[in-house]
Each structure stands twice: as structure tokens, then as C-alpha cells.
Ligand binder design. Structure first.
Ligand SMILES: Cc1cc2nc3c(=O)[nH]c(=O)nc-3n(C[C@H](O)[C@H](O)[C@H](O)COP(=O)(O)O)c2cc1C
Length: 372
């Protein structure tokens, strides 16, 4: 029977357990480069069956937050080598999440103060980037009005994803996760309320709106091989001003079928709790599961019990935990032994130094401190 603590064959990559560390931006990169601290943070969490890193920009244009790392320069590749080396040394497996934020950006983050780019020129209302305010201080700021990418530029972004994937492999990653979730560029193309394009990447058809994500997948697969490619999606996501649209469920299920035939390492759904709580409910997840033939990862407010249940019911193959991994580097051991979890502190999620990053102890260290 499937169990959180049993091994798993991820397209030829052996995972020691079925627990995945979800991708989490921590905004601690120095000049967009991962460093020794990043390496230590991920190494501490290497007992996860698979680590998926924080989102890493595929290009300068793809950035939406200060202090996030990139995957498009030689220096960035060198920085990531420290991370992959540290995780592999502990027997862990690690994928890099490749990210283009699209319209969730700000002119102060873009080259020469240019407008961010998007599927259309629609601004993400009530959505913030992490950029510079008028006094030059880092702050959460309303995302700028974007400019719609031209058809040729979209093709260029597809190539940026492929190049970043090759860079990730050069840096020693076991694979990449294409960030197609949470209201960023790929989802901006999929959502009919945002994608008002009239070219072959839109045209008011589901086929057109899915063209970009499929071209990205195919270009990345052509570059590094299907077994090294996963993708993250968030059906019915409403964050960053993503509206409901007609035919939404069918669009996601069609994408599931199209991804099935590509035989990737996995598809990862980031917001299972939100899906369960919306009118489409668990029924949609079951339909998605049927439509997608390969390895599925689900994430979103999992407890051990819920994870075990979903594995045993066959709703998913792997279970991702996000925030619990921030404050419990040894989350796998804690879950296995039913040891108590340390609660996380949202105040230290983003930015800062080691506090709330590399200073969370393992359970055994806590016990030793108490008994000594
Ligand atoms: C601090 C923080 C940063 C996050 N950054 C990312 C990210 O870079 N990419 C992504 O796909 N999801 C990101 N997420 C979402 C998580 O991967 C995950 O889906 C979410 O936290 C729900 O899982 P949880 O309830 O186990 O935390 C982030 C979440 C948090 C709390």
C-alpha cells in the first residue's frame, strides 16, 4: 500500500519517501545568486524525498520580487552548484523551479524601468510585487501596468525557459519544475479573463490559450529530456487577480490530457485545499487524476493524516508540504515518529538573514536542549 514513508520511482529517479518539499520563495539571495546559506538551508531539508526549490527567474524580465535568485547567468549557475552539491551529499534529490512572473512585477525591477510584460496589457489589480518605492526602499508595491508580449517575444520567452532548464542541469539539479501556477506568466496565458490576445497564443480558444504552456513544456523537454521535467499548476486559482472564466474546468482537464501524452516526471497541483473548498470540489481533483496518467503531486495545508489518506485513496502519488518544512528541517522524521512540529513564523518567511531560515533545530536537538 502507498505510504508517505515508502520509496518512489520518479521517472527513474529514486525518492527515499513520498514527501516533497514544496517550492518556497525566501528572498534571501544576494544579487540574485544562491550562496552558502542557501546551500545550508536546503541541505538541512535533504531528507525530503524530493526538494523543489524556490522560484528562480529564467530571465531578468521574469523577476517580480527583490532578493530572489535567477537561473540565467554563469554566476547564478555557480551559486546553485553549492546547493545541489550540499543536497546530493546528504542523499537528497532536488529540482529547480523555473519562474517568469509576467505582469506581477514593477518598473523598478525591469531593465531601464521598462513595463513588465504579460499575456495582455491588463494590470493585476490589488496585486503587489516586491520592488523599490519612491524613496528607493524595498517594499510591497502595486504591480505596474504590463505590456502585452508580441508573438515573436513569446517565442523568445519559450526559449528562455529552455535555456534556464539547461542551466539548471549544468548546476547539478536532478530536474526542473516549470512554474505554471499562482497567477504568474504561464497562468496569465491560460486564463481567458487575462488572455485577450488575437494571435495563435490566444484567439479566444482553449487551444490558443494552452499553446504557450505546451510550447514551454515541449522546448524544455527537447532540451533536457521528459523524465527531468515537472510542471506546477493551480486550477481555479484566484490570487493575483485571476478571474473565473467560462469553460475553466474543461480547460484544465484538457491540459491534463495533453500533458499526459508528454510523459513528464510529474504534474504538481499547488492549491488542492482551495480546489476542495470551491464549487468544483474534490470531484474536480478526481477528474484531473483520471485525465492525467502520470505521477501527480498535491500540495496545500497537508497534515500527515490527510497525506496518508490521499495516497491510500489513490488521489495522489506524492504529497508536498510547504510551510511545515520551513520550521521543521527534519519534517520527514517528525512525521514518521509523530513527534511534535515546530510552528512557523510568517514574519521571517521573506528576506532577512539566518533567523527563521537556517536556525530551526531538528527535534532531537530540541530534546537534548531540554534534557541537558
Ligand atoms: C513563504 C512562501 C513562499 C512560497 N513561494 C512559492 C514559490 O516560489 N513557488 C510556488 O510555486 N509556490 C510558492 N509557495 C506556495 C507553496 O509552495 C505551497 O503551495 C503553499 O505554501 C501551500 O502548502 P502548505 O500549506 O503546506 O504551506 C510559497 C509559499 C510560502 C508560504
Amino acid at each position: 500500500m502507498s505510504d508517505l514513508f515508502s520509496g518512489y520511482d520518479l521517472a527513474g529517479l529514486h525518492m527515499n519517501n513520498r514527501i516533497v518539499m514544496a517550492p518556497m520563495t525566501r528572498s534571501r539571495a544576494v544579487n540574485t545568486v544562491a550562496n552558502e546559506q542557501t546551500a545550508l538551508y536546503y541541505q538541512q531539508r535533504a531528507s525530503a524525498g524530493l526538494i523543489i526549490t524556490e522560484g528562480s527567474q529564467i530571465s531578468h524580465q521574469g523577476v517580480g520580487y527583490l532578493f530572489t535568485p535567477g537561473m540565467h547567468s554563469a554566476e547564478q549557475i555557480e551559486g546553485w552548484k553549492k546547493v545541489t552539491g550540499a543536497v546530493h551529499e546528504k542523499g537528497g534529490k532536488i529540482f529547480s523551479q523555473l519562474w517568469h512572473v509576467g505582469r506581477i512585477s514593477h518598473v523598478t525591477l525591469q531593465e531601464n524601468g521598462a513595463a513588465p510584460v504579460g499575456a495582455s496589457n491588463k494590470t493585476a489589480e490589488n496585486a503587489t510585487a516586491f520592488a523599490y518605492d519612491e524613496n528607493g526602499n524595498p517594499a510591497r508595491i502595486q504591480a505596474s501596468q504590463p505590456r502585452a508580449l508580441s508573438t515573436e517575444e513569446v517565442e523568445g520567452v519559450v526559449q528562455d525557459f529552455a535555456k534556464a532548464a539547461a542551466n539548471a542541469l549544468e548546476a547539478g539539479f536532478d530536474g526542473v519544475e516549470i512554474h505554471g501556477a499562482n497567477g504568474y506568466l504561464i497562468e496569465q496565458f491560460i486564463n481567458a479573463g487575462i488572455n485577450t490576445r488575437e494571435d495563435r497564443y490566444g484567439g479566444n480558444t482553449a487551444e490558443g490559450r494552452l499553446a504557450f504552456v505546451l510550447e514551454v513544456v515541449d522546448a524544455v523537454v527537447a532540451k533536457i529530456g521528459r523524465q527531468r521535467v515537472g510542471i506546477r499548476l493551480s486550477p481555479f486559482n484566484r490570487i493575483f487577480d485571476m478571474p473565473a472564466f467560462e469553460g475553466e474546468a474543461q480547460t484544465w482537464l484538457e491540459l491534463a490530457r495533453l500533458l499526459s501524452s508528454r510523459n513528464l516526471a510529474y504534474v504538481h497541483i499547488s492549491n488542492r485545499k482551495a480546489i476542495i473548498n470551491n464549487p468544483h470540489g474534490k470531484d474536480f481533483l478526481e477528474k484531473f487524476r483520471k485525465a492525467y496518467a502520470g505521477t501527480l503531486i498535491l500540495a496545500g495545508e497537508y497534515t500527515k493524516e490527510e497525506g496518508q489518506r490521499d495516497l491510500q485513496e489513490g488521489l495522489t502519488d506524492l504529497v508536498a508540504f510547504g510551510r511545515p518544512f520551513i520550521s521543521n528541517p527534519d519534517l520527514v522524521e517528525r512525521l514518521k515518529n509523530d513527534w511534535p512540529l515546530t510552528s512557523f513564523d510568517p514574519a521571517t518567511f521573506y528576506g532577512g538573514g539566518q533567523e527563521g531560515y537556517t536556525d530551526y533545530p531538528e527535534y532531537q536537538e530540541v530534546v537534548d536542549q531540554v534534557t541537558n
